[in-house]
Design a protein around this ligand. Structure first.
Ligand SMILES: Cc1cc2nc3c(=O)[nH]c(=O)nc-3n(C[C@H](O)[C@H](O)[C@H](O)COP(=O)(O)O)c2cc1C
Length: 172
C-alpha cells in the first residue's frame, strides 16, 4: 500500500565510524522539527545500519545527486553485514564535525544526527535524530536548492526506477 506515496526523494544513511563506516539507501526520511532541528528515518530490523545506529546512537543523512545513482543502488541492495561496501562504492567518506558517523564528500548535504528517540513501527524502527551539524555543497550555497544545475534523486516506485527533479517552478 505504500506504493501510493511514491515518488519519494532518496537519501543515503551513513552509520558506524570513519574507521568502519557503512552506508545504506533510504527513501523513508522525513523532516520533523525546525527548533531544535530534527529529522527521522525508518530503518528495517534486518539492516546492518540498524545494528550500527543502536550501537553508536548517531547517523548522517547524506543528500546524493543523480551522478551517484550507481552507488545509491549498491548501498540499497548490498548489506554491510557481510561485505565492506567501500570496496564496491566510488564515494569518499570524510569525518563529520559533531558525530562519529562520517559524511560523504560527493553528496550535496550531510546532516549530522544524534538519536533522541527510537520508535518501533512494525518491521522498521523509526529513529528520531536531532541534527547537530550540517555541511553542504554548491547546490545549497544560496540557501535553497539549485535545481537548474543539480539533479536530486527521486525514487519513482519500488525497484530500480528513478528520476530527477525538473527545473520548472510552479507558483500557486
Ligand atoms: C531506493 C531504495 C530505498 C530504500 N529505502 C529504505 C528505507 O527507507 N529504509 C530501509 O530500512 N531500507 C531501505 N532500503 C533498503 C536498504 O537500503 C537495503 O536493505 C540495504 O542493503 C541495507 O544495507 P545495510 O544492511 O548495510 O544497512 C532502500 C533501498 C533502495 C534501493
Amino acid at each position: 500500500m505504500l506504493e501510493y506515496l511514491y515518488p519519494i526523494r532518496t537519501y543515503l544513511i551513513v552509520s558506524g565510524t570513519i574507521e568502519r563506516p557503512n552506508v545504506m539507501t533510504a527513501d523513508w526520511v522525513v523532516p520533523l522539527s525546525f527548533n531544535p532541528p530534527m529529522c527521522g528515518v525508518a530503518i528495517g530490523h534486518t539492516r546492518f545500519t540498524k545494528k550500527l545506529i543502536d550501537e553508536h546512537k548517531e547517523f548522517v543523512v547524506a543528500v546524493p545527486t543523480i551522478e551517484l545513482l550507481k552507488d545509491v543502488w549498491i548501498a540499497g541492495t548490498v548489506s554491510g553485514a557481510n561485505v565492506d561496501k567501500r570496496e564496491k562504492l566510488s564515494i569518499t567518506f570524510v569525518p563529520s564535525k559533531k558525530v562519529k558517523a562520517p559524511s560523504i564528500k560527493e553528496c550535496q548535504a550531510n546532516l549530522e544526527c544524534k538519536v533522541v528517540n527510537a520508535i518501533e513501527t512494525g518491521d522498521h524502527v523509526f529513529y528520531v535524530g536531532e541534527i547537530v551539524d550540517v555541511s553542504y555543497g554548491d547546490a545549497f550555497k544560496t540557501g535553497s536548492p539549485d535545481i537548474e544545475n543539480y539533479k536530486f534523486v527521486l525514487h519513482v516506485s519500488f525497484g530500480a526506477n528513478f528520476t530527477v527533479n525538473s527545473s520548472e517552478i510552479y507558483k500557486p
